[in-house]
Ligand binder design. Structure first.
Ligand code: CAA
Length: 527
């Protein structure tokens, strides 16, 4: 028999958010599904999940009412494990407790056919730990779906050292048949996607914890500045903060990298029972419809400011183009700076920036805001060199062609100056977010460590470039994968930002990995 279509009746144990989503995906794929829950009440909740999710598709005109009925009819709901007796595959999706999962697998071992493949949807436990307590370790695989399961296209298929290759191939073929993309990986904590995602999510929580930036500014920065579908706090609330904590603890237990040690704010929210969307409150409150995310937003349309741009190079050109689009008049000679509301330094190196800033500081009017783009070094170093540090903020455009501006106020920035800078940049059509004067502002400080982790994975042969990129694009909705991002953003830029982050924090994992440095020296892209 070919692997394709080799499963026709599939069981799903546990019909919470993930289990119900998986059951829906299987039933939509035309398979007969047996959904099992512990009691009638849980079973009815599972039925509710299935009806709501497919009902939403009907409402949006993506599914006819008849098709919805057919999908729901394909799912037989039961509280009796014995009903799984004729399934060729059973997927377990119960809460992430090893004792509970082992109990479920012991039961499955008893009731399922000897040749049935048993799969776990665990995101944080070791599949091997589950497999060794069964009488059929060669038939145990991991199938890791992403939330929301009906939407996300990635499924990680986990093979332990005990799994027989045929079971893995059959599960991967099933996943493909369901219109999703399987990525096969060994049994390592976090597999591919979570291993990369959670270091970043935890770092975002740490940024909030340390007062580097606000929840809304961090979320806005990552959506508007890095093109992600959701900011880290919105995403953690979607995943569930209890799940986030479990995943981080599992990854930390294996990596012993303190960046995976869960941020106290996460633990505090979990202890308080504030688990995200599913409980109505996490980082955000969902009591009213939707999230209460407000974001910083662009300022309302006002007269465009008069902008001085000092320096030459690609950033100066991009800023001039931006001002042009906003209808702002631009001055670029020292003699004209006196009339400017905002003077932006856009030099290509730190020395040139210092000289230009000193001259600009003398020429600019007393209430002008001086913006340092801080190529190398910190904003405060540049601000001190101007002789009027109270008027200076750092400004960073993570994507000079994009719409996000990050503003860093230093300890010397005067009261109200960062607000004025945000207002002026808003009048140029930019969305402004604030942070403290730390390397990488928000976007680069979060994205380059994640990209470094991806390069480390590639360098170690943990996964190949296609799998790594697929994990993040198909599993987490990123517009592009990290290996492609590194080549697009520039490996030399990655190494420069990582060195600055490492110099500031002395965090060993922030030093650029050898593969990146090697490619920069060779002048070759990763792919
Ligand atoms: N169930 C079913 N369908 C859903 C859904 C849900 N919970 N949420 C959204 N959808 C569907 C909608 O019906 C819509 O489909 P149609 O266009 O066919 O109508 C589509 O998804 C887009 O939804 P929206 O327009 O409402 O919202 P959006 O454009 O903002 O997209 C999103 C929502 C798909 C969730 C997107 O924001 C996204 O990709 N976010 C990132 C999610 C992510 O990273 N997931 C992985 C988390 S990690 C994990 O799960 C692993 C783990 O082990 C913890």
């Amino acid at each position: 028999m070919s692997s394709e279509g080799s499963f026709s009746r599939v069981g799903v144990v546990g019909l919470g958010t993930m289990g119900a989503g998986i059951a829906e995906v299987l039933a939509r794929g035309g398979l007969a599904v047996v959904g099992v829950e512990v009691n009638r009440e849980a079973l009815e909740r599972g039925r509710g999940h299935l009806e709501r999710s497919t009902g939403r598709a009907v409402k949006r005109g993506r599914l006819t009412a008849d098709a919805q009925r057919e999908i729901l009819d394909r799912v037989a709901l039961t509280t009796d494990f014995a009903d799984l007796g004729d399934c060729d595959l059973v997927i377990e999706a119960v809460p992430e407790r090893l004792d509970l999962k082992r109990k479920v697998f012991a039961e499955l071992d008893k009731v399922c056919r000897e040749d049935a493949v048993l799969a776990t949807n665990t995101s944080s436990l070791s599949v091997t730990d589950i497999a060794v307590t069964t009488g059929r370790p060669s038939k145990i695989v991991g199938v890791h779906f992403f939330n929301p399961a009906p939407v996300m296209k990635l499924v990680e298929v986990i093979a332990t050292v005990l799994t027989e290759p045929d079971a893995v191939a059959r599960v991967a073929a099933l996943v493909r048949g369901l219109g999703k993309t399987p990525v096969t990986i060994g049994d390592r904590a976090g597999f591919v996607a979570n291993r990369l995602l959670f270091g970043y999510l935890n770092q975002a929580a740490g940024m909030l914890e340390s007062g580097h930036a606000t929840r809304d500014d961090i979320d806005t920065a990552m959506t508007a500045g890095a093109g992600l579908p959701m900011g880290p706090f919105t995403l953690m609330d979607l995943i569930g903060l209890d799940t986030c904590l479990e995943v981080l603890e599992a990854i930390y237990a294996e990596s012993r990298d303190r960046r995976h040690a869960a941020s106290p704010v996460l633990r505090e929210l979990v202890t308080a029972g504030l688990l995200g969307r599913k409980t109505g409150r996490g980082f955000y409150s969902y009591e009213k419809a939707g999230s209460d995310a407000s974001g910083s937003g662009a300022a309302a349309a006002e007269e465009p400011p008069v902008v001085g741009i000092v320096g030459v190079g690609p950033l100066a050109d991009a800023l001039a183009a931006l001002c042009d689009r906003a209808g702002a008049s631009v001055r670029d000679s020292a003699a004209d700076l006196a009339g400017c509301d905002l003077v932006i330094e856009a030099a290509e190196d730190t020395e040139a920036a210092r000289a230009l800033l000193s001259a600009a500081a003398q020429a600019a009017k007393p209430d002008a805001v001086l913006a340092v783009t801080s190529v190398g070094g910190s904003v405060i170093e540049q601000a001190m060199a101007t002789g009027r540090p109270a008027d200076v903020v750092g400004v960073h455009l993570p994507d000079p062609a994009g719409t996000l501006a990050e503003i860093a106020a230093t300890v010397a920035t005067g009261p109200g100056v960062a607000d004025r800078a945000a207002g002026l940049l808003g009048r140029l059509g930019l969305t402004a977010v604030r942070c403290r004067d730390r390397a990488g502002f928000i976007v680069d400080a979060l994205r380059f460590p994640y990209l470094n982790d991806a390069a480390a994975m590639l360098g170690a042969g943990y996964a190949d470039a296609d799998s790594i990129d697929a994990a993040m694009t198909l599993g987490c909705g990123y517009p592009t994968g990290p290996i492609a991002d590194l080549d697009r953003l520039g490996l030399d830029r990655a190494v420069t930002v990582l060195r600055a982050l490492h110099a500031e924090t002395r965090e060993p994992a922030l030093a650029p990995v050898p593969l990146l440095v090697e490619h920069v020296t060779a002048g070759s892209p990763l792919r």
